[in-house]
Design a protein around this ligand. Structure first.
Ligand code: TYM
Length: 331
């Protein structure tokens, strides 16, 4: 049985990218692995949420985890900040992480480009905190979307460095993993390569979005003026719509629009209408369960307590052993 760890930052509601990139694999992996899935609230502090927003966002993600089918009896579902051992391991890993390698991280460079007025140390050391999340349970597999590949590579670097430095074979080398083999990247509706909650308002479709909102967002999705030369590669925004259609519609529908495109007779409006209806159908069961679970505070409370207990047991064992390896000794 492999040990599996993954987390999602609570920065709003979960979108289709989070689901197809990560959450879908979480649900499938819990059947045959020892899984730890958490809400990465320490990580979300890099963008300075208000206390009310922080709590509300954590609750959203917890509800959406459960609405997607994560089972607190099968998986350990917990909140990152309930595990102070993670913060201790983060401190210890930071002593052997180099400024140069952290500065070269693509997601750091992207964040400081987007927000040059908020280049905080939490952003720089994001990869060591993420490595701590993963190796605190000595994970082998980490179900994530394609955008997290480099973070996983850095996690392996930190884990190996620890092993070499202390001449032990303690931490395994975790790999980025999805159940469907290839790491996934779901594109945005605004023509960008990645669906993301922090980009433009209409870029992402959330699992909790209702039909009217979905129709509005999809109908407003960016396209182009039509296939100028259907034999040439599609423009990025249109490629994005096809990619969403491939994920959410049936193969028949997908090939119908491919054919229309290659004949030069496609009407983007028709394709968008179809895509919107398929997303609505996909989202419906989530939306219903999200509404039910949001109202059940007792169940949420019980889930968080159980998760914290189970996660704590695993993390405490690791941190005790790590302290011993480093040389912290009792008198
Ligand atoms: P976050 O919160 O940005 O995203 C959560 C998960 O969703 C995936 N994802 C996508 N996958 C495909 N297409 C997209 N458009 C898309 N957008 C998001 C992400 O790849 C991710 O798997 N650093 C992580 C959170 C984290 C973590 C960890 C993950 C903290 N510690 C330890 C794994 C293990 C993050 O910011 O993901």
């Amino acid at each position: 049985m492999d040990i599996v760890v993954s987390g999602i930052r609570p920065t709003g509601k979960l979108h289709l990218g989070n689901y197809f990139g990560a959450l879908k694999s979480f649900v499938r992996m819990q059947e045959t692995n020892n899984c730890f899935f958490f809400i990465a609230d320490y990580h979300s502090l890099t963008t300075h949420p208000t206390p009310a927003d922080l709590h509300g966002n954590v609750k959203n993600v917890l509800v959406e985890f459960l609405a997607s089918g994560l089972d607190p009896e099968k998986s350990t579902i917990y909140i990152q900040s309930d595990l102070p051992e993670v913060a201790e391991l983060y401190l210890l890993l930071n002593m052997n992480a180099y400024i140069g390698e952290l500065e070269r991280c693509t997601s750091f460079k992207e964040k400081i480009r987007q927000n040059p007025q908020n280049v905080n140390a939490g952003l720089l050391t994001y990869p060591t905190l993420m490595a701590s999340d993963i190796i605190i349970h000595k994970a082998q597999k980490v179900p994530v979307g394609k955008d997290q590949e480099q973070h996983l590579e850095m996690t392996r670097t930190f884990a190996n460095r620890f092993n070499r430095l202390y001449k032990v074979d303690y931490f395994p080398e975790p790999v980025a993993y999805t159940f469907d083999e290839e790491l996934v990247k779901i594109p945005g509706l605004d023509g960008s390569l990645k669906m993301s909650k922090s980009d433009s308002e209409n870029n992402a479709i959330f699992l909790a979005d209702d039909p009217a909102v979905i129709r509005k967002k999809v109908m407003r999705a960016v396209t182009d003026t039509g296939p100028v030369d259907p034999g040439k590669p599609k423009s990025q925004p249109v490629e994005n719509l096809f990619s969403l259609l491939k994920t959410l519609s049936t193969p028949d529908i997908y090939s119908h629009f491919e054919e229309e495109y290659s004949k030069g007779t496609i009407r983007y409006g028709d394709m968008k209408k179809q895509l919107a209806e398929d997303i609505i159908r996909f989202n419906e069961p989530f939306r219903n369960r999200i509404n039910q679970l949001s109202a059940d505070n007792d169940y949420l409370k019980k889930t968080v307590k159980l998760g914290a207990e189970k996660a704590h047991e695993s993390a405490l064992k690791t941190i005790r052993e790590v302290r011993e390896i480093i040389g912290f000794k009792e008198f």
